[in-house]
Ligand binder design. Sequence first.
Ligand code: ADP
Ligand code: ADP
Length: 261
Amino acid sequence: MIDVINLKKSYGNLDVLKGITISIKEGEKVAIIGPSGSGKSTFLRCLNCMEDPTSGSIIFEGVDIADMRVDINIHRRHMGMVFQQFNLFNNKTVIENIMLAPVYIGIHDLNSKKFKNFFIRLRNIFSKEKKPLYEINTTREKIKADARENALRLLRRIGLEDKANVYPSTLSGGQKQRIAIVRALAMNPKVILFDEPTSALDPEMVGEVLDLIKQLAAEGMTLVIVTHEMGFAREIATRVLFMDEGRILEENTPDEIFSNP
Ligand code: ADP
Ligand code: ADP
């Protein structure tokens, strides 16, 4: 699903990633561990196109995402991302946070079909071969209604339906992070990247967030997780990468990594 080949990233003369090569298959749960500053977060941000690699390639389902012709917004809809600091929009309600990307994508797709149809109509006037128009079977209102219904379903799943219309500032860290996770799920991603999802939480809230991630793992979702929670990594990971100073020093099953000090 994801093939990373000799990925390098430098900031000025600071080499943060020094040649990362790794293949991740559909359904895998990859935990990335390693000391602070070893490049774990930079690696995730490269996968999600939040950083441009200095060199090397990232192939996602056969497409090199560094290729300038790839639409980053289309790539990102397949890769959800969950951050340490939640990154919810504080001026939007919980349900608005969850609906935002699906509505944006839905309307973007609708407009692009309308736009294409306009040109097909023009061309059809002048050419003998008549090209069929794109089928448009939705409206802005339908897109919003569907996104709202889906967001409510996701909130029910995590038991926070009653928080739909409140602002994130009124929630606990654990609630915010679970909402950030279902916000990622609302895009129907093929993989979810987690950057230290529990590091900013009070200890008593870590469990509820890890439990939700474990559910996703059990459902077969492909996950890449940077974490300091070794017990959790051992429990859910199919593979653990140990990073240090911009390189993958070791790559193994959790049992091998953790029994081998
Ligand atoms: P980790 O996630 O393993 O803690 P990071 O990927 O966050 O590591 O950072 C690796 C190194 O890259 C650190 O030394 C950090 O200061 C540096 N770094 C990260 N982002 C930037 C940036 N935008 N500009 C300059 N240096 C950066
Ligand atoms: P994390 O907690 O994920 O390791 P950091 O706190 O290292 O993240 O970095 C947070 C943000 O600051 C990131 O966007 C990163 O690119 C940026 N950053 C980190 N280190 C530096 C740096 N030395 N110079 C400039 N930006 C940096």
